[in-house]
Unconditional design. Structure first.
Lengths: 192, 69
């Protein structure tokens, strides 16, 4: 995580100083971008969510306590912006997912170990596509936890901190996410 | 399907994001967001004042107004 900026800068930000805000934006822009990209996984949408996150931070500056970590506070705001983006994207794509969600393939897609390519390039594009579709069908709150825990392999405590929830909630969401994902993959005919 | 197998499938279809940062300086977009922030115009303020004045004189209008809002 980015080193914490000095207290004076944080206090000026909390008082509404635009220059202090710009300094913080430049300090944390890269870190926040990478964090949102991990969740949203789409560069254009990440830029929009980043702007929204910093905008919310600026509007909520009066609630920020300069004695606390700006990075952690910003990451929590960014996480919620990313979830809002996933919710909006899900609403936009609601019809195709809702109507039969994904057509069941006649032949089950078999994903044996031999059919998996190297990391980042599955040998079977159908299998990769089914996995991505199954993943996209998860509710955003579960998808965020699954993304950060299973794909980005972050510690559960870090995920809990970013979401502002107890670690037990992360564990239960992860459990539900894997269960729903498994069910969806079976429904899609992925047999492994 | 075991949890490990499920994670293996996920990692294959959706590899972890890299270490990439924003492709360009995003501050101009941020500054633009400030410009787009909604501001109260004189028309808005006049309308709000008129509604408050009307409700002070005719408080019974509150319910029809609330219903139509």
């Amino acid at each position: 995580m980015q080193d914490e900026p000095d207290r004076d800068l944080l206090q000026r930000f909390a008082q509404g100083d635009r220059e202090a805000f710009e300094a913080l934006f430049r300090l944390f822009e890269r870190e926040v971008y990478r964090w949102i990209l991990r969740i949203v996984r789409e560069p254009a949408a990440t830029e929009d969510a980043l702007i929204e996150a910093f905008w919310r931070a600026y509007r909520g500056r009066a609630r920020f306590d300069p004695s606390r970590s700006f990075g952690a506070w910003m990451r929590r705001i960014a996480t919620h912006c990313a979830i809002d983006h996933l919710n909006a994207a899900r609403r936009r794509n609601w019809v195709p997912f809702a109507v039969g969600r994904v057509p069941r393939s006649r032949e089950a897609v078999r994903g044996g170990p031999g059919e998996l390519g190297r990391l980042g390039g599955p040998a079977d594009p159908d299998l990769a596509s089914h996995i991505r579709r199954a993943f996209a069908s998860l509710p955003p709150k579960l998808r965020v936890v699954a993304t950060l825990a299973l794909i980005e392999e972050l510690p559960q405590a870090e995920i809990a901190d970013a979401l502002g929830v107890p670690i037990g909630t992360v564990k239960s969401r992860l459990f539900r996410a894997t269960r729903e994902l498994r069910e969806e993959l079976i429904r899609l005919g992925v047999q492994t | 399907m075991t949890d490990d197998r499920l994670q293996e499938l996920l990692l294959t279809a959706m590899p972890p994001s890299g270490d990439e940062g924003p492709p360009r300086d995003l501050w101009p977009q941020m500054a633009n967001r400030f410009e787009r922030a909604p501001r109260w115009s004189y028309v808005d303020l006049s309308l709000a004042a008129a509604v408050i004045a009307a409700l002070t004189i005719f408080p019974e209008w509150l319910w029809p107004l609330a219903y139509h809002l």
